[in-house]
Design a protein around this ligand. Structure first.
Ligand code: KIV
Length: 283
């Protein structure tokens, strides 16, 4: 493990006031969390994108609180000092303020989260307020919000027109006023992201595919390393093709087993001659 001190809210706000961008990645499992911790990533999001990246669904909608809690617990074990954010899955908060508070509380009590994230603007501001009033740090998520992908007409940039951009600006202010300590802007034009960041008074603005002018960046881990087979979005940069490395390793394994070149003596264990002879007498 690293000797890094636990990343807490003041750590994040200090980075903002020092003008140091915050690093944030998605993560869904223990070994990846361990690596992200070693790399000193500030924040980790256990996103409901795990429905697509880990469970193979076509959308995030089938993901349950139980799925989220199980994966978040594993991530916490691998990354004890990162600022851990649990993503509220579909219908864990939309129905009522009470359901939002209860499910946010589960992330904190059962999975050791530092904060939760939920999607939506003005219409979800009362959920954010309820959660924050219950003592739980909350992050809003605006722009492309995958749980509403059907209503948004697909995975596309949001806020390109002046009217839609104004709505996102108003949503951001409503979330900030409701007590969100941070807002994620996913796939909005960079100039809109810059405006929202400049206008934020006590709120950290994070960008996912929304340009450089936010207080920090988020990427989906699977997109960064070629681990999602269906597509790689334009906003993602591939930092290494782990998918290709793993595929080559798998092919080599299959070939070595088939040709009996694996395993070799260093991969298994022997037995002393006298024990083996004794065994033969016993059977
Ligand atoms: O679930 C997730 O990973 C997310 C990102 C798309 C921001 O919410």
């Amino acid at each position: 493990m690293t000797d890094r001190k636990k990343v807490i809210l003041p750590t994040l706000f200090k980075k903002v006031s020092d003008g140091q961008p915050i690093t944030w990645l998605t993560c869904y499992d223990y070994p990846t969390a361990y690596l992200q911790e070693q790399a000193g990533i500030d924040m980790i999001l256990v996103g409901d994108s795990l429905g697509m990246t880990m469970l193979g669904y076509d959308s995030t909608l089938p993901v349950t609180m139980e799925d989220m809690i199980r994966h978040t617990q594993a991530v916490r074990r691998g990354a004890p000092t990162a600022f851990l954010v649990g993503d509220m899955p579909y219908m864990s908060y939309q129905a009522s303020v009470e359901s939002a508070i209860r499910n946010a509380g589960r992330f904190m009590a059962e999975a050791g989260c530092d904060a939760i994230k939920l999607e939506g603007g003005v219409a979800m501001a009362d959920r954010i307020k309820g959660i924050v009033d219950a003592g739980i740090p909350a992050i809003g998520h605006l722009g492309l919000t995958p749980q509403s992908v059907s209503a948004l007409g697909g995975f596309r940039v949001q806020g390109k027109s002046a009217a839609m951009a104004k709505k996102i600006l108003d949503d951001a202010k409503a979330l900030e006023n409701a007590g969100a300590f941070a807002i994620l802007l996913e796939l909005v034009p960079d100039r809109l992201c810059k405006l929202i960041t400049e206008r934020a008074e006590n709120c950290i603005i994070m960008s996912l595919g929304s340009g450089r002018d936010a207080h920090g960046q988020l990427l989906i881990y699977h997109d960064m390393f070629g681990l999602y087979p269906k597509f790689t979005p334009k906003m993602a940069k591939v930092f290494g093709n782990a998918g290709e490395v793993i595929l080559n390793g798998l092919k080599q394994y299959a070939s070595e087993v088939t040709t009996k070149t694996f395993p070799q003596p260093e991969n298994f264990f022997g037995m002393k001659d006298e024990e083996y002879d004794e065994l033969l007498k016993l059977i």
